[in-house]
Design a binder for this molecule. Structure first.
Ligand code: ADP
Ligand code: MG
Ligand code: ZN
Length: 611
């Protein structure tokens, strides 16, 4: 913060300097109103004998020029004339000495333009300085280095970051311990012929601790940490990004074993050839260079490239190929337990009053990520300090909660109990159907942690095998599982919510595709009734080319409806049969917010024992 203020100050000082510099030069060429000396006055003065001598500076090729006038009283004046010859003939009538000095055109241009050149150079240097400050937070010493990599080598603080400072994220840490091991003792792995991943991609919403994790890996392994942000690469000069990547890897090779951390990699590694107005050349060059470098260093050279992004879907697929970022670690939003652990980390050094209940705070902050929780406790500490208290009270946390909520619009993410309950049943409904139906599932995770992109929770089935074909029975099961959420809501609550709109959409499109694309309906048979929406998208055919009659359209709708209705009835039957599991699952979700496969499947086993 203070650095920002300083930068702004420096900015204005330099601006002021440039302004005064410029106006100085401007004024040399201009004369203010009061001392405008006209040709008439000059002639008068000549006549009156007030002038002792004049110097004329002119350009040979043009008649214009400027004259410097020395008056009898030792003062000076100047005049710009459009016809030097006329002045000379005038002057010759009087007893006035004059000198004419010719300047040739080029030097004339130079003197005229030089100030501007100087100005331009000053401004450019200044711009580079600002750029340096803006992205690197660097000192003036670095300003001439703009082609060099902006990676900050060996941030001494990184060396002190340890895994225990990263709360929650147990599985993520477990996965990364292997990397630490390798960096510590590469020999062990090389001897046995193991190929260590070159790149690890950390994927997760902002503020979940990706950067922190990367630093902790470097800290644990005690190796240098080169970090650079993807947005640093996106500069206005073509070629700079690519050369930075080159320098970065060169530096890293000299310091191996080490970690290169590329934050916000989506800024460079966005899918190539997308975006309006053609590709972004600079970005593509940078990305290509990055790929070249990653392919270039050998296996087991001791460099591990870590990168972070919150959008894996927009990344260029090339980056995920083997030998590049071949490991992906998902860093999710923390569940209740995770949040409590994170809170414990961030209350260190902040004395708490007796009434502060971290568990309670964790419970009321679903959807909050690590950065939010840190912010929350910090605000609470500020509020306590304002009241000159040495410890934080629960009241401070509550006030901070409102502040943090309003400031970042996180308030909308704080889910009321009633909604949590509905979500818990909704997700349980999906999960049970995924589990019970033979061709879909098994269920990997069920969660009611808000995802921050509008969804209140999610159920993640993990397909057992990669199928090339979709079968009719699997598609029907997909439809049923998709309906599970809404049906569970209906069974348990009197009312239903809008939360199932996405489910309804995908159920509809699956059912429709079965009828119109895959010939899986009873009566419409082996025909394609697709309306080509691609063409409409291109604007080529807004009138819509429909290749079948109104009658067929009606029939399609009937068939789709029939599939959906049958699936609905079937799904409802299954859920009614497992309604005890539904309650148990929802209750477990309300308690833990996120349950994994083992915990979920245990619910069915208990049932078998009881029965
Ligand atoms: P990301 O890189 O995923 O956006 P950061 O690693 O920059 O998130 O996290 C920002 C801050 O939030 C960290 O400096 C830390 O104070 C806090 N934080 C985030 N996640 C955690 C966590 N799991 N444990 C402890 N602190 C965390
Ligand atoms: Mg980060
Ligand atoms: Zn749903």
């Amino acid at each position: 913060m203070s650095r920002n203020y300083r930068n702004v100050l420096v900015f204005f000082v330099v601006l002021l300097l440039i302004y005064s510099f410029a106006s100085y030069y401007m004024q040399r060429g201009m004369v203010t109103d009061e001392d405008v000396y006209t040709y008439d006055q000059f002639e008068d003065d000549l006549e009156a004998g007030n002038i002792t001598s004049i110097e004329i500076t002119q350009n040979e090729e043009v008649p214009t020029g400027s004259i410097r006038i020395l008056f009898g009283d030792d003062t000076e004046g100047s005049l710009y004339v459009t016809d030097v010859n006329e002045v000379i003939s005038d002057v010759q009538d009087y007893e006035v000495s004059y000198v004419v000095s010719n300047i040739n055109r080029t030097s004339g241009v130079l003197t005229g333009v030089l100030p501007y050149v100087v100005l331009l150079v000053v401004m450019m240097v200044f711009m580079f300085m600002m750029m340096g400050w803006a992205s690197g937070g660097s000192s003036c010493g670095r300003m001439m280095n703009f082609g060099k990599s902006r990676a900050k080598m060996q941030d001494p603080n990184v060396q002190n970051v340890r895994f225990d400072q990263v709360a929650g994220l147990h599985e993520e840490k477990e996965e990364l311990k292997e990397i630490v091991d390798f960096l510590k003792s590469p020999g062990k792995f090389i001897d046995v012929g193991a190929r260590i991943p070159k790149g690890v991609l950390l994927v997760g919403p902002p503020g979940t601790g990706k950067t922190l994790l990367a630093k902790a890996v470097a800290g644990e392994a005690d190796v240098p940490f080169f970090s650079i942000s993807g947005s640093d690469f996106v500069e206005m000069f073509v070629g700079v990004g690519a050369s930075r990547v080159r320098d970065l890897f060169e530096d890293a090779k000299k310091n191996s074993p080490c970690i290169i951390f590329i934050d916000e990699i989506d800024a460079v590694a966005r899918r190539r050839g997308t975006g309006l107005g053609g590709g972004h050349d600079e970005r593509e060059q940078t990305l290509n260079q990055l790929l070249v470098e990653m392919d270039g260093f050998g296996v087991n050279e001791g460099i591990i490239v870590m990168a972070a992004t919150n959008r894996v879907d927009i990344l260029d697929p090339a980056i995920l190929r083997p030998g590049r970022f071949d490991r992906k670690v998902a860093v999710g939003r923390p569940d209740v337990k995770g949040r409590e652990e994170i809170l414990k980390v961030h209350v260190q050094g902040k004395p708490l009053g007796q009434d502060v209940d971290l568990h309670q705070i964790a419970r009321t902050t679903p959807g909050f990520v690590g950065a939010d929780l840190e912010n929350l406790m910090n605000e609470a500490a500020i509020l306590a300090a304002r009241e000159n208290r040495r410890f934080i009270k629960m009241e401070d946390v509550k006030k901070a909660f409102i502040k943090v909520g309003i400031g970042t619009e996180k308030k909308s993410r704080v889910v009321p109990d009633y909604e949590r309950k509905i979500t818990a049943y909704h997700e349980s409904g999906h999960a049970i159907l995924f589990h019970v139906l033979p061709d879909v599932g098994p269920v990997y995770t069920v969660s009611i942690i808000p995802t921050g992109v509008g969804a209140a929770g999610y159920t993640m089935p993990l397909p057992e095998q990669d199928n090339v074909f979709n079968t009719k029975s699997k598609m029907l099961q997909d439809i049923k599982a998709g309906m599970g959420g809404r049906i569970a809501e209906e069974l348990i609550f009197d009312d239903i919510t809008t939360g199932a709109s996405q489910d309804i959409k995908s159920v509809t499109s699956t059912a429709r595709a079965m009828v119109t694309q895959y010939g899986m309906s009873e009566n419409l048979g082996f025909l394609n009734y697709e309306e080509n929406s691609d063409e409409v998208f291109l604007g080529r055919d807004l009138g819509h080319a429909r290749t079948f009659s109104e009658d067929v359209a009606r029939q399609i709708d009937r068939e789709v409806k029939q599939i959906v209705d049958e699936c609905y009835a079937d799904a409802k039957k299954i859920l009614l049969e497992y309604v005890d599991v539904l309650h148990a699952c929802a209750n477990l979700l309300l308690e833990k917010e996120r349950i994994n496969r083992d915990e979920f499947e245990a619910l069915f086993e208990h049932r078998a024992i009881e029965a």
